[in-house]
Each structure stands twice: as C-alpha cells, then as structure tokens.
Design a binder for this molecule. Structure first.
Ligand SMILES: Nc1ncnc2c1ncn2[C@@H]1O[C@H](COP(=O)(O)OP(=O)(O)OP(=O)(O)O)[C@@H](O)[C@H]1O
Ligand SMILES: [Mg+2]
Length: 369
C-alpha cells in the first residue's frame, strides 16, 4: 500500500493533535483550500502550524527539544493526518514523540518509516514573521531553500547529499592526521564526483525556479527588479577535484575543507543592491512569500504534487492590498493553505466559500459554522 505514496498529491483532509503544547486533544476536518486559525495571543494558533510542520518534517520549527513541545506533565505527543487522493483512497500518516526523544513514524499504517518519507508525502512551505532571515541571515537558510526544491524533483539528491556530508566529515578528520595529500586523494575522488552532481542539480533548479520568482516579485514588488545568482561554493570553471587537491595545505591549516557545496549560496539582489540594504521589513516578507510561492508552483508543475502552505501571523507587516495579492497568488496555486491571525478582520480579504474557519481559545479548537 505504501508504494502508492506517489498518488498522494492531495491535501490533508483531517488533522488530530494530542498533548502538543497547550493543545490537549483536537480532531478537525479540513478544507482543501484555505483554513483560517483565529484566536487571541497564546490560544494555540502557532502550535497547530507547528504540529502540521512536525507531521511533514519530523521535528518542530520552534524548538529542537522535544520535551518543550510535549504538553507539560505528559509523556508523549501524537500528530495524525489523513490524505485523500483523487480515487478517494486514504493514506493515514502519524508521528509519536516520547519525552526520552524517541520518535515513531507511521505511514499507511506501517510503523518504522523514515523521516525523509514524511517530507516526500507532505511538501510544506512555512511563512512566519521572522521568515525573512532567509534573505538577511547567512547562506544556510538559502541552501535549505534550494535543497527543498532539489529534494522534491531529484530522487537521488537526498542520498547523494547525505553521502557527501559523511565524506566531508571524514575528510575533516583525516586532514588533522594526514602527512601528505596521497592519503586523501582516494576519498576525494568520490567526494568530488558527488559534489559535481549536487552542484549541477542545484544550478538547474535555481535556473528553473528563478523565472517564477521574478514573475511573482513583479506582482508583489513591481517597483524592483530582482537578480538571483547561484554560487556553487567554489570557483567557477575549476573542477572540485582540483580545488580539493590544490587547497590541501590550506585546508590542513584550517582543519576543515574550506570550499565545497556546503558553502553554496543563492545571492539575491534588487536593482543591483543586496536586498537587506534596500527593502523594508514588509517588503522583505513579501519577497520571502514570492520565493516560497514560486517553489510551490514549480513543484506542482514538475511533479504534480501540491505543497501545503503554513502562514503564521498572516497580517503582521502586510497592508491590506499586499495581503490580498498574496492570497490571490496562493489561490491560483490551488494549494492547501493554513493561515493564522489574531482577528478575523485581518483575513476578511481571503475568505471564500471553500475556506474553513477555526476558532482557538486556550488550546481548544472549534470550527466556526
Ligand atoms: N509544553 C507545553 N505545555 C503546555 N503549554 C505550552 C507548552 N509549550 C507552550 N505552551 C503554551 O501554549 C501556548 C501556545 O501558544 P501559541 O504560540 O500556539 O499561541 P498563538 O495563538 O500562536 O499566540 P500568538 O498570537 O501570540 O502568536 C502558549 O500560551 C504557551 O505558553
Ligand atoms: Mg503565534
């Protein structure tokens, strides 16, 4: 049954959460379009988004400590979701986390599934108020952005990248003890070949998604012209194998491999200047939205999969006109969207007949009829 995972391009039809932060238990039927989570501060809106995120990634986006997410005085948490495909075939998926840190993932009723399989079934895009660190912080976030896209379109990427990271770690250890380059050269050949593959996939992905990003930026930020440039992590036109060999002595002094795909970046400028020097906070947020919506569109185009958008604190820093543009863009993608907001008036622009509204209060969730 699990082999039918590829059929599941459909959104979540049902969500059950237990003992997750302030949510003791909830079980809700969802809209395949917009789902609005409305409630005062501390009512549990972000926690619902965090639970869905955990279902797709196996971890929280807020805390790396499972103990913080499990409800106080409880031993474990559960999140269950159910998907319906176009033949009305149901795929249940669930995650259970214990206070001792152990995790159990079930997909289609089968226990012992890997976390990467969750990500395959549930491609998620998270947009939250601090999300513009994608643009303003170091390259780590932008590499994660590129790799999200490559992971979903290139089946060999996950294993190749994992293998590269293991070899890189091993190389860094060898650098400390090696007396000459010959001791590394055998491993470097494999590492170089993996690095070239990773880099090609990333470059190809960036070139494909850039067009879409530019088009959506035209809608959100028409006054700016965006430039995206992929940096693969080492000098252009030099094979990675030569970089490793030529820089052996420098790497030895540093104690780690200086150049490589783990240094890749996506350089983003507007009108020729780095974005963080030009754009306001609201505009940075809009650009992040453009990047994420473009990724979702590209995923659907290439794989037929729909991604699910989690948008926390929707209204913060966006004016009504920009909120409406974002909503229209998301509606066009026909993706399932979860939107949290403190008041209903802030999401009035997005309401339609297909959407469902949920009211939250002290960790309880009720559907607004
Ligand atoms: N492990 C836990 N057990 C019980 N309650 C918790 C736990 N962790 C956090 N909480 C509480 O759960 C609530 C969840 O808040 P959450 O961030 O989901 O609210 P919110 O509706 O998004 O609020 P805001 O509008 O301020 O963003 C907080 O009041 C928090 O104190
Ligand atoms: Mg919140």
């Amino acid at each position: 049954m699990w082999s039918r995972q590829c059929d599941f391009n459909m959104p979540l039809s049902r969500l059950a959460i237990q003992q997750f932060r302030n949510i003791e238990a909830c079980d809700i039927e969802l809209s395949t379009g917009f789902n609005f989570l409305i409630g005062p501060n501390g009512s549990g809106k972000t926690s619902v988004l965090e639970a869905i995120y955990m279902l797709g990634h196996g971890r929280s986006f807020k805390s790396s400590l499972t103990g913080r997410v499990i409800q106080n005085d409880c031993d474990q948490l559960f999140v269950h979701g159910r998907f319906l495909n176009s033949d009305q075939f149901e795929l249940p998926i669930g995650i259970n986390k214990q206070r001792d840190g152990s995790t159990e993932v079930k997909i289609g009723g089968q226990p012992g599934q890997k976390l990467a399989q969750l990500a395959q079934v549930l491609p998620l895009q998270m947009i939250h108020p601090e999300g513009f660190d994608l643009l303003t912080d170091g390259p780590k976030h932008r590499r994660a952005f590129i790799d999200w896209g490559v992971f979903h379109v290139e089946p060999a990427f996950f294993d190749t990248w994992g293998r590269f990271k293991r070899l890189n770690k091993q190389r860094n250890a060898l650098l400390k003890t090696a007396s000459c380059y010959r001791e590394l050269s055998y491993w470097d050949q494999e590492m170089a070949s993996l690095a070239e593959s990773i880099s090609c996939w990333r470059a190809e992905y960036v070139s494909q998604v850039s067009e879409k990003i530019a088009r959506i930026c035209q809608i959100f930020l028409p006054e700016y012209e965006i430039q995206l440039k992929y940096y693969r992590g080492w000098e252009k036109s030099t094979p990675y194998a030569s970089i490793l060999a030529e820089n052996f002595e420098r790497d030895q002094v540093l104690g780690y491999t200086f150049s490589g795909p783990n240094k890749a970046d996506l350089k983003i400028k507007v009108n020729g200047t780095p974005v963080e020097d030009v754009l306001s906070r609201g505009q940075l947020k809009l650009m992040v939205c453009a990047l994420r919506v473009a990724q979702g569109q590209h995923l659907t185009e290439v794989t037929g999969k729909q991604c699910i958008y989690l948008i926390d604190d929707f209204a913060s820093e966006l004016d009504s006109q920009r909120r409406k543009r974002l909503a229209d863009c998301l509606r066009e993608t026909r993706a399932q969207v979860f939107v949290s907001s403190i008041t209903q008036s802030q999401i009035d622009d997005m309401l339609d007949e297909k959407g469902k509204m949920f009211r939250l209060e002290h960790g309880t969730i009720e559907q607004n009829i």
